[in-house]
Write a protein that binds this ligand. Structure first.
Ligand SMILES: N[C@@H](CCC(=O)N[C@@H](CS)C(=O)NCC(=O)O)C(=O)O
Length: 211
C-alpha cells in the first residue's frame, strides 16, 4: 500500500497510527507540500484534490484522512472491529466525532495555531475563543466515557489524538479541560504508533525553531 504523507501533518499521522493498530505495513512516500510535490501531474492523477494523506491500495486511491481510517478498518480490520464497530449507533457517534474533528477541532488549529507556526504571530483573540469552545466540547464528550466515542479506543480517538497532540507545538495548556487532559494521557499510552506521531510533532517544533 503506497502512502503519500508528511510526518508534520496531523491527518497523515492519524493514518500511520491506524495502520499500526491494524498491523499494516505502509510503503511510505514522503511529500514536500511546501515545495509543491503534491502538484506534480503524476500525483494529481492519483488525487485531483492534491492533498496528503493519500493512500493507494493496489491501484485504488483514497484521500481525506478520516475516510482512509474507516476504509482501512473496514477492509483490513477484524469482523466488528472495536476500532470502528459495525453497530449503526456506535458508528454514528464515531462519525460525529470524526466530523467534529475535521470541521471544528482541526479547523480551529488551522485558523488559530497554524499561522503562529508559520509567522510566529499570536492568534487573534476571536480565533483562540473558537479553540476554547472546541476543547470545551471535547471535554463534554469525555464526561461519561474513557474514550471519545465510548468505552474503547476507536478511529475517532486516533484522529482526535493526532489533532490534539499537534497543539503541543505551541505548548497548549490542556489542564483547563480536565477530561481532555486525562483522556490525552491515556490515549498516548494505549494508541499504537504514538511514537511516530510524536516524532512528527518534534519535526514541526524543530522547523519552528529553525525559522
Ligand atoms: N481534510 C483533509 C486535510 C488534508 C490537507 O489539507 N492536507 C494538507 C497537508 S496537512 C495538504 O495536502 N495541502 C496541500 C494542498 O492542499 O495542496 C484530511 O484530513 O485528509
Amino acid at each position: 500500500m503506497d502512502f503519500y504523507y508528511h510526518p508534520g501533518s496531523a491527518p497523515c499521522r492519524s493514518v500511520i497510527m491506524t495502520a499500526k493498530a491494524l498491523g499494516l505495513e505502509l510503503n511510505l512516500k514522503m511529500m514536500n507540500v511546501m515545495s509543491g510535490d503534491q502538484l506534480k501531474p503524476e500525483f494529481v492523477k492519483l488525487n485531483p484534490q492534491h492533498t496528503i494523506p493519500t493512500l493507494v491500495d493496489n491501484g485504488f486511491s483514497v484521500w481525506e484522512s478520516r475516510a482512509i481510517l474507516t476504509y482501512l478498518v473496514e477492509k483490513y480490520g477484524k469482523e466488528d472491529d472495536s476500532l470502528y464497530p459495525a453497530d449503526a449507533q456506535k458508528r454514528a457517534v464515531i462519525n460525529q466525532r470524526l466530523y467534529f474533528d475535521m470541521g471544528t477541532l482541526f479547523q480551529c488549529f488551522i485558523t488559530a495555531i497554524y499561522p503562529q507556526i508559520r509567522t510566529k504571530t499570536p492568534a487573534p483573540p476571536e480565533e483562540m475563543e473558537k479553540v476554547d469552545k472546541a476543547f470545551k466540547l471535547l471535554n463534554t464528550f469525555l464526561e461519561k466515557d474513557e474514550f471519545v466515542a465510548g468505552s474503547s479506543l476507536t478511529v475517532a480517538d486516533i484522529s482526535i489524538l493526532a489533532t490534539v497532540s499537534t497543539f503541543e507545538i505551541v505548548d497548549f495548556d490542556f489542564s483547563k479541560y480536565p477530561n481532555v487532559a486525562k483522556w490525552y494521557e491515556n490515549a498516548k499510552e494505549v494508541t499504537p504508533g504514538w511514537e511516530q506521531n510524536w516524532e512528527g510533532i518534534m519535526f514541526i517544533k524543530k522547523f519552528m525553531e529553525s525559522n
